[in-house]
Design a protein around this ligand. Structure first.
Ligand code: HEM
Length: 458
C-alpha cells in the first residue's frame, strides 16, 4: 500500500477543532465538512482524542465488515451507561449480558411478533388522532406529540404500562427528566476536566433525574411481579425466559437496564422519524397526495385498520424509507478496528481506533445516489432498491448490533401515518423552516402544524 494521511479540516487558532461541535446539531457541521473532503473521510482532534468520520460508501462497506470492525463501547463513553448500563444498546458484544439478552429478546422483535403488539399500537395511535380531533385548528407541536405517541406505544406494548401522555398538556415527568439527562450527557462529553460549581450543580440535578427515572422503571417491574410476573410482552419475556445457550435468566438489575433502554431507544428515534416525515410530506405535496390516495383505497371512510392493512401499504413504507435516508434520527454511530487496518487501500486505522459513520453524508453521497437532495420515494420500489450501493443506506446500524426494534418502529410509524392521513388535512401555518436539533438523536425543532378534519372524499 501507499499510505495517505486522513484529511484534517482547518483548525481554528484558538479552539482547534472544538468549534465544529458548536451549534444545535454538530452532526450537520460534520456533514458540511464532508462536502469539502471528497476523499470520503476526515479526522478531527478533540481534547487529545482522534475522531474519524467516514461517509464514502466504499469505505463504509469496509467499515461495516464485522470481521474487521465492530461496535465497541469506548471507555471514555462511560456516561452513556449511566442510564442504559449493560442493556442491549450500551453493552459490549463480549459482555455476557449482551448475548443473553439478544438471544432472549430477538424473537420478540420479529415481523411476526408485531402482530401481537398491534392492538396496543392501535390504541395509542387512536389516542393521538383523538387528541388532534379535540384540537383541530390549534397549534400542534409535532415532535412533542410524536414523542407522546412513541413513548406510550413502547411502554404499553412492551411493559403493559400506561403513561397516558395524551391526557395532559405537559410532557410526562419521565420525558422531561429524560430530555434534561440527554442534554447533560452531551454536555459532559465536551467539557473540561475541572468542574465549575455550576457544573457540579448540574451534575446533582442529572443524578436526581436518573434516580427518578429508575424509580418509575422499578415500579413497572414491581407492579408486574405483584401480578404474578407473567405475560407475553417484553417484560414478561425478560422475567421468565431462559437463554437457550446458557439456560440462565436475566438478573433484576439487567432487566431494569433493558426496560430503560427500550423506553429510550424505543421512542426518541421513532418520534423523530415521524416528525421529519410530516415535515417532508408538507414540503412535497405530490408525495402527500400519493399517500392520501393509498390511505383512501385501503381505509375508506371510518374503517379501522388491521395488521393486514399495514402489511398492504406500499407508498407509506417508501415515504418512511426515504425520510430515513434524508434524516436518519441516529445520524452518527461508530465502529472500532479489531486490529491494525488499512481502508480504501490507503488510510491507516490503528487497532482500537473508533471510526464514526457520518450517516447524513453517506445517505446523500453523490457517488451512490442520483440527485441526492431530491426527496424521491421511487428510489424504494423493489426494482430500484436492487440498484443501490450495498453500503449507502445504514439508518438502523450494522450487523449483529443493528437495531433490534426496526420492525417495531416501522410498524408503529406506518400505523400512525395511516390514521393521521385518514382523518386530517395538514397545514403549515408558520411556513416552518427546518431547524434540526441534536441530542442523542436528531429532531426538527419548534415544528408546529395545524390540522383540520378531512371531509369525506376530499
Ligand atoms: C440499535 C436506529 C427504533 C431499540 C440501533 C442502532 C441504530 C438504531 C442506528 C445501532 C446503534 C449503534 O450502532 O450504536 C434506530 C432508528 C429507529 C429505531 C432510526 C426508528 C426509526 C428503535 C425501537 C427500539 C429500538 C423502536 C425498541 C423498541 C434498539 C436497541 C438497539 C438499537 C435495543 C441496540 C441493539 C443491540 O446492540 O443489541 N437503533 N432505532 N430502536 N435499537 Fe434502534
Amino acid at each position: 500500500h501507499t499510505l495517505a494521511p486522513i484529511p484534517v479540516p482547518p483548525r481554528h487558532p484558538q479552539y482547534g477543532h472544538l468549534h465544529y461541535l458548536a451549534g444545535d446539531a454538530p452532526v450537520l457541521n460534520f456533514a458540511q465538512l464532508a462536502g469539502q473532503f471528497p476523499e470520503g473521510l476526515f479526522q478531527l482532534d478533540l481534547q487529545g482524542r482522534t475522531f474519524i468520520q467516514a461517509y464514502d460508501p466504499d469505505l463504509v462497506a469496509e467499515l461495516t465488515d464485522e470481521r474487521r470492525f465492530q461496535k465497541r463501547i469506548h471507555p471514555s463513553y462511560t456516561n452513556v451507561r449511566h442510564l442504559g448500563g449493560d442493556g442491549l444498546f450500551t453493552a459490549d458484544s463480549d459482555e455476557a449480558n449482551w448475548g443473553k439478552a439478544h438471544r432472549i429478546l430477538l424473537p420478540a422483535f420479529s415481523q411476526r411478533a408485531m402482530k401481537g403488539y398491534f392492538g396496543q399500537m392501535l390504541e395509542v395511535a387512536q389516542n393521538l388522532v383523538g387528541k388532534w380531533e379535540r384540537t383541530v385548528g390549534q397549534d400542534l407541536r409535532v415532535a412533542d406529540d410524536m414523542t407522546r405517541l412513541t413513548l406510550d406505544t413502547i411502554s404499553l406494548s412492551g411493559f403493559d404500562y400506561r403513561f397516558r401522555s395524551f391526557e395532559g398538556d405537559e410532557l410526562h415527568p419521565f420525558l422531561q427528566a429524560l430530555a434534561r439527562a440527554m442534554q447533560h450527557t452531551m454536555a459532559m462529553n465536551s467539557r473540561p476536566p475541572v468542574l465549575t460549581p455550576e457544573m457540579e450543580e448540574a451534575d446533582r440535578a442529572y443524578w436526581a433525574d436518573i434516580a427518578a427515572m429508575n424509580d418509575l422503571v422499578d415500579e413497572v417491574i414491581r407492579g408486574r411481579r405483584e401480578h404474578g410476573g407473567g405475560g407475553q410482552d417484553l417484560l414478561g419475556l425478560m422475567l421468565n425466559a431462559t437463554d437457550p445457550e446458557t439456560g440462565e435468566r436475566l438478573s433484576d438489575e439487567n432487566i431494569r437496564y433493558q426496560v430503560m433502554t427500550f423506553l429510550i431507544a424505543g421512542h426518541e428515534t421513532t418520534s423523530g422519524l415521524l416528525a421529519f416525515t410530516l415535515y417532508l410530506l408538507l414540503r412535497h405535496p405530490h408525495v402527500l397526495a400519493q399517500a392520501y390516495a393509498e390511505v383512501d383505497r385501503l381505509l375508506p371512510g371510518d374503517a379501522v385498520p388491521t395488521y393486514d392493512t399495514v402489511m398492504k401499504l406500499d407508498v407509506i413504507p417508501r415515504i418512511l424509507d426515504e425520510a430515513l435516508r434524508f434524516w436518519s434520527t441516529i445520524p452518527n454511530y461508530a465502529v472500532t478496528a479489531l486490529r491494525d487496518e488499512v481502508i480504501g487501500g490507503r488510510y491507516e486505522i490503528k487497532a482500537g481506533q473508533q471510526v464514526a459513520l457520518l450517516i447524513p453524508a453517506l445517505h446523500r453521497h453523490p457517488g451512490a445516489w442520483k440527485n441526492p437532495d431530491e426527496f424521491d420515494i421511487d428510489r424504494w420500489t423493489p426494482e430500484n432498491r436492487r440498484t443501490h450501493h450495498p453500503a449507502a443506506y445504514k439508518p438502523f446500524g450494522n450487523g449483529m448490533r443493528a437495531c433490534i426494534g426496526r420492525q417495531f418502529a416501522l410498524t408503529e410509524a406506518k400505523l400512525a401515518l395511516l390514521l393521521i392521513l385518514q382523518r386530517f388535512a395538514l397545514t403549515d401555518p408558520y411556513d416552518y423552516r427546518l431547524k434540526v436539533k441534536q441530542s442523542l438523536t436528531i429532531k426538527p425543532e419548534d415544528f408546529v402544524i395545524r390540522v383540520r378534519e378531512r371531509r369525506p372524499h376530499e
